[in-house]
Design a protein. Structure first.
Length: 435
């Protein structure tokens, strides 16, 4: 089965109804244990060359640029892998390997601080495994452009002045069990297609003078899967997707990011499942979609807005939907403790909430501005107004609990039918206001 078909199936599955979430089913915000990568198992049995055979020292202070270049040239000529010695640190000025792949052996490549270009430049059809990259202020720790078929496994990248791992115009990118820390941007991908990010983390834990703006940024990316991802302590956005098409997110944990946990802008056919967002200052999840065909689905997503540290403000909006979304489907999810738990202000065409819980907002719990609104098994409790429906022409309620009632702005012609639908366990108090 091709990757595009696989990704399409994943996207479609997120629109199906699922049982109500429990605490046990929510993603635990702990990076999962790495899974074995079958593709890398044979590398240890392949013929390889070591840089020490060409004069490398690997002590972290001797310049090994020339030795690594000679070893790489020999490996490329004879179709070998470049195998770095375990626990060594190779100090180099630049490195653009032409070999089939690099087996790091938990060693480190550290770049000299006398350059402002990229660090490790990958050129296509290559595998890099078990390696730490210290960019030491270089532009990008790992730089990948205008190529295809790159596999990165068990890599840590730190101390770049721009991106830990940067790619532009790449087809076929697989990154597994890797971390970027202490860069301006963690992962920055542009014009990327057919990609798989699995068990990766982007965070700033104070190891560097630099600070991540965003943990993971994808611009003009399509046909991809993002799975088992942690983004934490980044200055701005945890995970940003801009102009993305046909992307699935499975098990994302984002916390202590400066402005947003997850931002989806101008994108379509995006599905997100098992999402946790907490300790973020502005928006937990932002959807800024203006594409006419935007279709976005969430399943088992949880946004918590309570301040967890002294002096921290409450999250302003748990969910912010500011663009015109063609269809937004949120199931088995919750938002609680924000100033406004869920606000859709862009007048979307259709919004469906199924098995959704909103609790303890400061202002509005749920405020939906959309042509069509469907609510099934929705609980909205607390706040000044628990549920606001603004300008909807088609409203369908089923098993919806709002003890504070519903504020209807510009109510639809079929408002009496809405009233008859009633609310489970409530006083059926509908407040109507026209503008």
């Amino acid at each position: 089965m091709s990757f595009k078909i696989f990704a399409s199936l994943l996207t479609g599955l997120a629109f199906l109804a699922n049982p109500e979430p429990t605490e046990a089913t929510m993603y635990s915000c702990v990076k999962s244990q790495p899974e074995p990568v079958a593709k890398l198992a044979f590398l240890r049995n392949e013929r390889a060359v070591r840089p020490e055979q060409f004069g490398a020292i690997g002590d972290g202070s001797t310049d090994d640029t020339v030795a690594l270049a000679k070893a790489d040239s020999f490996a490329a000529k004879h179709n070998l892998y470049l195998s770095l010695s375990p626990s060594r640190t190779y100090l180099i000025a630049n490195f653009r390997p032409r070999t089939r792949g690099i087996i790091g052996g938990h060693s480190t490549i550290k770049f000299t601080d006398n350059g402002d270009g990229p660090g490790l430049v990958l050129t296509g059809n290559q595998i890099v495994s078990d390696l730490a990259v210290d960019a030491n202020g270089r532009l990008n720790g790992i730089h990948i452009t205008d190529t295809k078929n790159i596999t990165i496994n068990n890599i840590i990248v730190r101390n770049s002045s721009y991106s830990g791992i940067y790619s532009d115009n790449v087809s076929g990118l697989f990154i597994h069990n890797s971390t970027v820390v202490g860069n301006r941007f963690g992962f920055f991908f542009r014009n990327l297609n057919n990609f798989f990010l699995d068990n990766v983390a982007a965070m700033n834990n104070g190891f560097s003078r630099y600070r991540n703006d965003h943990g993971i940024t994808l611009k003009h990316a399509h046909d991809g899967l993002i799975r088992n991802v942690t983004v934490a302590r980044n200055a701005a956005i945890g995970l940003e997707i801009a102009r993305g098409i046909n992307i699935s997110i499975e098990r994302l944990c984002t916390y202590m990011n400066g402005s947003m946990g997850l931002s989806i802008a101008n994108s379509t056919r995006i599905s997100a499942r098992e999402i946790q967002v907490r300790e973020t200052n502005l928006y937990g999840i932002e959807i800024a979609a203006t594409l006419g065909s935007s279709r976005i689905a969430f399943d088992h997503a949880q946004v918590t807005g309570y301040p967890l540290r002294p002096g921290q403000n409450r999250l302003d909006r748990g969910w912010s939907i500011s663009g015109k979304v063609e269809e937004l489907f949120i199931s088995n999810s919750r938002a609680e403790g924000a100033v406004r738990n869920l606000e859709a202000s862009g007048f979307s065409r259709k919004i469906t909430l199924q098995n959704f819980i909103s609790r303890n907002p400061i202002s509005n719990g749920i405020h939906l501005k959309a042509s069509s609104v469907q609510l099934k098994d929705v609980v909205a409790e607390g706040g000044q107004v628990s549920l606001v429906l603004d300008g909807a022409k088609d409203v369908r309620l089923s098993e919806t609990l709002t003890p504070m009632g519903i504020l209807m702005i510009n109510p639809p012609v079929s408002f009496q039918e809405v009233r008859k639908a009633g609310q489970k366990g409530s006083n059926e108090r509908f407040v109507v206001r026209s503008r």
